[in-house]
Design a protein around this ligand. Structure first.
Ligand code: SAM
Length: 218
C-alpha cells in the first residue's frame, strides 16, 4: 500500500499542498493579474472532489499546471499536464525536489493545449481537469481532445464556470447530453461522469437532445 491509497490520505495531501502551494504562476503584465502567493488556485472543494475520484495508477490529464498538478502527482496518478510555459514546470519540479516528492509519473508537455493535445497519443484517460487557456473556445477544444479520451465512467472536471468564455456552448452541451452525468457543480467548477467512450466528433443527428423540437433545460 502506498501512502496515498486511501481517500483520507489524499485529503491530508490536499491540506499540505493547500497550506504550502507551489508558487508556479507569474503575473500577467498585459492584464495586470497577479496570482496570490504565486499560484492561481480553484476552490478547495474541487481538490477534495478530485481526492475522492483519484487513486494511484489512474490515468489523469489536465490542461494548465499548479496545485492540481502537485496533487495528481503526489496521489500516484500517471499524470499528464499541458502548459505553454516551461518555467511553470521547472518551478513545480523545484517544489518537488525541495519536498522530496517523487515525480516520475508526471509528464509535462510544454505548448498550447490546442496544439499539443491533438498530437498526443489517444490513450485512455480516467480523469480530465480542464483549467488551461480560459479564452473561448479553449475549454471546448480541451474537452473535445482530452474528454474524447475519457473511458466510460471517467470523470471530467471543468474549472472557472464564472467565465462565459469558458462555459460558452460547452456547459449547455454537457447539461443536455445524457452521456455526461453531473456529479458536482458549484459557481466555480463542475464535474461529470462520462457514460460513453471514443472520440467526440459526431453529426448533429447523433445529438437528439439538441434537436429544435426538444424542450431546453434552463
Ligand atoms: C488557473 S491556472 C491552473 C491552476 C491549477 N489547475 C491549480 O489548481 O492550481 C491556468 C493554467 O493554464 C495555463 N495555460 C494558459 N493558457 C493555456 C493554454 N492555451 N494551454 C494550456 N495551458 C494554458 C497557465 O500557464 C496556467 O498554468
Amino acid at each position: 500500500m502506498t501512502e496515498q491509497d486511501t481517500q483520507g490520505e489524499r485529503l491530508a495531501t490536499v491540506d499540505r499542498v493547500w497550506a504550502d502551494p507551489p508558487a508556479v504562476h507569474f503575473s500577467d503584465p498585459v492584464y495586470g493579474l497577479v496570482p496570490p502567493n504565486g499560484v492561481w488556485r480553484t476552490d478547495r472543494g474541487c481538490y477534495e472532489f478530485l481526492a475522492e475520484h483519484c487513486r494511484p495508477g489512474l490515468r489523469t490529464l489536465e490542461t494548465g499546471l499548479g496545485i492540481s498538478t502537485a496533487l495528481f502527482t503526489m496521489w500516484g496518478c500517471e499524470h499528464t499536464s499541458v502548459v505553454p510555459w516551461g518555467i511553470e514546470a521547472e518551478r513545480l519540479r523545484e517544489y518537488f525536489d525541495r519536498h522530496g516528492i517523487d515525480d516520475k509519473l508526471l509528464e509535462v508537455h510544454v505548448g498550447y493545449s490546442h496544439e499539443v493535445l491533438p498530437a498526443l497519443p489517444a490513450t485512455p484517460l480516467d480523469v480530465v481537469l480542464i483549467d488551461g487557456g480560459h479564452g473561448f473556445p479553449m475549454a471546448a477544444l480541451d474537452w473535445f481532445y482530452a474528454g474524447g479520451r475519457l473511458v466510460a465512467g471517467g470523470v471530467l472536471v471543468l474549472d472557472d464556470l464564472h467565465l462565459p468564455s469558458v462555459t460558452a456552448g460547452l456547459l449547455d452541451f454537457l447539461t443536455h447530453d445524457p452521456r455526461w452525468t453531473p456529479l458536482a457543480q458549484t459557481r466555480k467548477w463542475a464535474a461529470w461522469r462520462r457514460e460513453s467512450s471514443g472520440p467526440l466528433a459526431e453529426e448533429w443527428t447523433a445529438q437528439p437532445f439538441f434537436s429544435p423540437h426538444t424542450p431546453r433545460k434552463a
